[in-house]
Design a protein. Structure first.
Length: 275
């Protein structure tokens, strides 16, 4: 008999501590005047993003000085490093945060050779802590999570997000959005990819797609969805990697139907493609 390799429980404890501490900092500063800079035309960074990331880097440096860190504001290895690497988003939903809209979280995953082992995502507004360990299931505040059982797109509520370069390719992004709006019960856009993924894991939403994501947006949430019984691939159906940029995460049942809509839309935009 073979058994799954044991994951050191202190890793998940550290992940949880990081996102809960992040939530404390986020809430303490939320709705107050703060410095907001632009990384691009519509891509913001607040002083709180930086403060939370500094806290996280100090925590990992103290506890795991030989582990790598990849986080949004101060970077990290451009390719998957060998061994353990913490992938962290100090605020997922920065645009919401900067506008005073209470939909944001912190997200972390510990990857080993690019594969997530543990994940924690904390929404401080709702006090919702989503966690997962590879092979150990997914949980919301300690209760087991399970994806929905919606069987068809017309019975499904979907969610997506828009990339920061959307101004230069509105037709592509909104065209696919329209294709799903024309088939699903409803489509939402919450502004936090990590929360989108947690809601798929919790069965509140049935499917999530988005192009042009970064590892810190999706590394934690993808593990939480798959540990809740869902299916996670990229948008062409190939295996998920957090560095793969695009993601499709569903309850599993509607996955192929969503892949079909994406494929149909791509072919309609580029009729001669064969991939
Ligand atoms: C963004 C959010 C948003 C998604 C963007 C992400 P940020 O992350 O997850 O929902 O649509 O693609 O970049 O910038 O708030 O950390
Ligand atoms: Ca993010
Ligand atoms: Ca962020």
């Amino acid at each position: 008999m073979t058994s799954a390799p044991l994951i050191d429980p202190l890793l998940l404890t550290t992940a949880i501590e990081a996102v809960v501490r992040a939530g404390d900092i986020q809430l303490a500063r939320f709705g107050r005047a703060m410095r907001v800079d632009k990384k691009g035309t519509i891509d913001l960074v607040t002083e709180v993003d930086l403060e939370v990331e500094r806290m996280f880097r100090a925590l990992i440096a103290e506890r795991y000085p030989d582990h790598q860190v990849l986080a949004e504001e101060m970077g990290g290895s451009a390719t998957v490093p060998p061994g353990p690497c913490w992938v962290f988003d100090p605020i997922d939903g920065t645009t919401n945060y900067a506008h005073g809209l209470p939909i944001f979280c912190a997200s972390v995953a510990l990857e080993v050779n690019g594969a997530a082992q543990v994940a924690a995502i904390f929404d401080p507004n709702r006090k919702e802590l989503f966690t997962a360990e590879l092979g150990g299931g997914a949980f919301l505040n300690g209760r087991p999570l399970r994806v929905s059982s919606a069987e068809t797109l017309v019975d499904a509520m979907l969610v997506t997000g828009f990339p920061y370069d959307i101004h230069s390719r509105v037709e592509d992004i909104v065209g696919l959005f329209g294709a799903f709006v024309g088939r699903a019960r409803a489509v939402r856009r919450l502004g936090s990819a990590a929360i989108d993924l947690c809601y798929v894991a919790a069965g509140r939403l049935d499917g999530f797609w988005e192009a042009d994501l970064k590892p810190w947006d999706i590394a934690g949430g993808a593990l939480i969805v798959s540990e809740a019984g869902g299916r996670v691939t990229n948008m062409t159906g190939a295996p998920f990697t957090s560095r793969g940029k695009h993601v499709l995460a569903t309850n599993g049942v509607i996955h192929d139907a969503m892949l079909h809509v994406i494929d149909e839309f791509r072919r309609s935009r580029a009729p001669n493609r064969t991939d």
